[in-house]
Design a protein around this ligand. Structure first.
Ligand code: SF4
Ligand code: SF4
Ligand code: FES
Length: 480
């Protein structure tokens, strides 16, 4: 930590942070556009102007390192005039189309115009009008809204490792465009729209779905892989509409990939809400009764899966399972779960489970892994197999499927093939924590209300194991 003065007051700030972020930490907002904590500093927009004592001209805060004894002024008339001038230039060509722009409500141009703009324009000429373009499989650019902050170009080059976008022409004619003759097709088109500080880059996937002020926002963790990116879950009418990144400075998490960001429909649609027996809908109590008697007549039972479950649900379930000696549990059902982390790109991993690490830390593994369980189930060493939110593994003998209990959140073809199907809550309906690939345990809020009566996985197992425990206790005490 170092001591700096901001507007005459002394603060201890983190010297590793940029001046904009260091000031934000102590409650002083310096407006900006082109600065991003995870990208190189280019000082292009001139929005972050400040005065530095002893320096005659206004300076850009984004490229001023924090150092002991620095004294800056963020609120003088000179600073305000400088920022108002920047806003006037940026708005000269910017259309006044906030009512039809998806960024409205979370747009830095709106915020900075409100906080630092003069509130009037002297621009009397016709604004430039360039047609909107499709530049990606899920990306549109509205050139008229672009303020040429260069964030998109830097993000692609520095993080994605591709150079699809470039800045062409000069001055009034400056335009962000495709550097190649092909649309962008990478896993970070959502991140491009996210980091664009205005509504110039937009995704088809979310276009015109909702105004942002209609969302209820909950802090959550992406379910898409073992990286565990921090998200703001935007919910409306109890439907998951959108994931936006929740920046986490300590963990250097600033972006989301498209695989996680846009994989939300399954939470809202095609949900499994009925219990099933041999492919036909039935009532829950009938399934509970049948499973109690199946468990009673089984000498060995296995559970497969669980790496989509929260740590809390797994721990509760483990306590239940431990009380029955004849149950084994293997949480790893795919190859990447057995290996050290393999990255697909700079964020996404090959393990599409959010909580493999949480499950393995709890010891939910077996010495022979999934293959051992398939072998023992097919050869009837295991009598009953529970599968938690996974496809029926390849290699399972189809004549044994009547002894499979599939717990799932969504309707799949597999449900009609097994003996019993059980609907369960999704993680967002519970809250709790996931442990990511690095062993970082991260809590998340409950974002959605579950359908009334829908149980989570541990509640379901409690329904079938508790009565058995009671029967066993009664037998021990001789009054059954
Ligand atoms: S498209 Fe958006 S991110 Fe890219 S330069 Fe323009 S304003 Fe900046
Ligand atoms: S990298 Fe993984 S956790 Fe992060 S957004 Fe993508 S799928 Fe979600
Ligand atoms: S944020 Fe400093 S110049 Fe753009």
């Amino acid at each position: 930590m170092v001591k700096i003065k901001i507007d005459g007051l002394e603060y201890d700030v983190n010297e590793k942070k940029n001046l904009i972020d260091a000031a934000k930490d102590v409650g002083v907002e310096i407006p900006y556009f082109c600065y991003h904590p995870a990208l190189t500093v280019v000082g292009m927009c001139r929005m972050c102007l400040i005065e530095i004592e002893g320096v005659p001209r206004l300076q850009a805060a984004c490229n001023t390192p924090v150092k002991e004894g620095l004294s800056i002024i963020t609120q003088s008339d000179r600073v305000k005039e400088g920022r108002a001038g920047t806003m006037e230039f940026l708005l000269a060509n910017h259309p006044l189309d906030c009512p039809v722009c998806d960024k409205a409500g979370e747009c830095q141009l709106q915020d900075n115009a409100f906080g630092s703009g003069s509130g009037r324009s002297r621009f009397e000429f016709e604004k430039r009008n360039i047609p909107q373009e499709e530049i990606g499989t899920n990306l549109i650019i509205n050139h008229n809204r672009c303020i040429v902050c260069y964030r998109c170009v830097r993000f692609e080059e520095e993080k994605v490792g591709e150079s699809n976008l470039g800045l062409f022409e000069r001055g009034y004619h400056s335009i962000i465009g495709l550097a190649k003759n092909e649309p962008i097709n990478h896993n970070y088109q959502g991140a491009l729209a996210d980091i664009c500080p205005v509504g110039a880059l937009l995704n088809h996937e979310t276009l015109f779905k909702s105004r942002v002020w209609w969302y209820n926002t909950h802090e959550s963790i992406c379910h898409g892989c073992s990286t565990g990116c921090n998200v703001q879950a935007n919910v409306r009418d109890n439907k998951m509409y959108r994931y936006m990144v929740k920046e986490n400075f300590e963990q250097e998490m600033y972006f989301l990939c498209d695989k996680g960001r846009f994989d939300l429909d399954w939470m809202n649609e095609n949900r499994l809400l009925s219990y099933m027996e041999n492919g036909k809908e039935t009532i829950s109590t009938q399934v509970f009764d049948k499973l109690i008697s199946e468990i009673n007549s089984s000498s060995s039972i296995a559970i497969l899966g669980g790496a989509h479950e929260t740590n809390e649900s797994l721990a509760e379930l483990l306590t239940l399972v431990k009380s029955k000696k004849n149950i084994i549990w293997e949480a790893r059902v795919t190859d990447p779960q057995y290996k050290d982390t393999e990255q697909v790109d700079f964020l996404l991993t090959k393990d599409y489970h959010p909580n493999t690490r949480g499950a393995t830390d709890l010891g939910l593994t077996t010495s022979n892994g999934i293959n051992g369980i398939i072998h023992d189930f097919n050869s009837k060493k295991i009598d009953l197999l529970f599968i938690i939110k996974e496809a029926i593994p390849e290699g399972i003998d189809s004549s044994r499927l009547s002894k499979v209990v599939l717990l799932d959140t969504n309707v799949t073809d597999d449900l009609t093939k097994v003996g019993y199907a059980v609907p369960i809550q999704i993680f967002a309906e519970q809250g709790g924590s996931f442990t990511n690939k690095n062993g970082l345990r991260q809590n998340f809020d409950k974002s959605l209300k579950p359908v009334q009566g829908l149980l989570n996985t541990s509640e379901f197992f409690k329904k079938i194991i508790d009565p058995i425990k009671k029967q066993e206790e009664a037998l021990v005490h001789g009054n059954y």
